[in-house]
Write a protein that binds this ligand. Structure first.
Ligand SMILES: [Zn+2]
Length: 277
């Protein structure tokens, strides 16, 4: 592939664009600024890019996703914990009730036994009834004690679940605390650098003519954060397109004070010693 191969040609603009348009676009006779001011605009641009990068980095810290996902886990675990705690206190209530039932039956059996032992009941029919009731109360007490045991088992497993979930909640919470302090440390460092760069930007921007800075800020907003581009080896570094020969000649003919605009991307095009003119 020769020096004029397709790769190079790709970067060229078509030559058949309307002449009047080109003339109006490449030169902005309304706006003039000393070459040194134009070059300092590139310094402002570099700082603005840096500020954008810092803001992007701040927004996309891996800790954000980590904390979000851990918080989801935490919410789920807390719901499960509340459910287990509710189950445990329900069991506790049920256990108390079942124990009271056992007590009642036991007291009644004790009363019956005392009556039987006192000899106050003498009729064989009454004695038989009393005996039968004591037997039936014993069976009833046994059944109720089984209920108590069953409730106690359920309560115990609910307690184990509460303990396990409490442990997991606290483990996730400490992971959140850890990620949060990593995030905050990153914030601190990024915010510190942002403050420094912002100050530096302010100082340099303060030395640039207001009309040039205003145009730059407007273009930067429209053009994804890049309002001024260096013309490097006949190529606009904003859109990477190479100027065609007509445009190069127009640039060459323009006064150094003229603020040029890239015809393709409309950005301010700044000439330097490396512009290849
Ligand atoms: Zn361009």
């Amino acid at each position: 592939m020769g020096p004029a191969g397709p790769r190079l040609e790709d970067g060229h603009r078509p030559l058949d664009r309307p002449r009047g348009l080109s003339h109006r676009h490449i030169r902005s006779p309304q706006l003039n600024a000393a070459p040194a001011d134009q070059i300092r605009l590139l310094d402002v641009q570099a700082l603005d890019v840096r500020l954008q990068q810092l803001a992007h980095k701040r927004r996309s810290l891996p800790e954000h996703a980590e904390i979000e996902s851990l918080n989801k886990d935490l919410t789920q675990l807390r719901d499960l914990l509340v459910a287990a705690q509710t189950e445990e206190s329900d069991c506790a209530r049920e256990q108390t009730k079942a124990e009271q039932d056992v007590d009642q039956v036991r007291q009644r059996a004790v009363r019956d036994q005392k009556r039987l032992d006192s000899g106050a009941v003498s009729s064989p029919k009454d004695l038989e009834n009393l005996q039968r009731e004591i037997t039936s109360l014993a069976k009833r007490q046994g059944d109720l004690e089984d209920v108590v045991l069953e409730v106690m088992e359920r309560r115990e497993s609910a307690q184990e679940r509460v303990a396990e979930l409490t442990e997991r909640v606290s483990s996730v919470q400490s992971k959140i605390d850890d990620a949060t302090s990593r995030r905050d440390a990153a914030f601190e460092s990024l915010d510190g650098e942002t403050a420094t760069v912002t100050k530096e930007r302010e100082v340099i921007a303060g030395t640039i003519p207001a009309d040039l800075l205003k145009l730059y800020d407007k273009l930067r907003e429209q053009q994804g954060g890049v309002g001024a581009a260096r013309l490097y080896q006949r190529r606009c570094e904003g859109c990477r397109l190479e100027l065609n020969i007509t445009e190069v000649n127009e640039v060459k003919a323009a006064s150094p004070d003229t603020v040029l605009r890239c015809e393709n991307c409309r950005r301010i095009l700044v000439r330097t010693s490396e512009s290849g003119l």
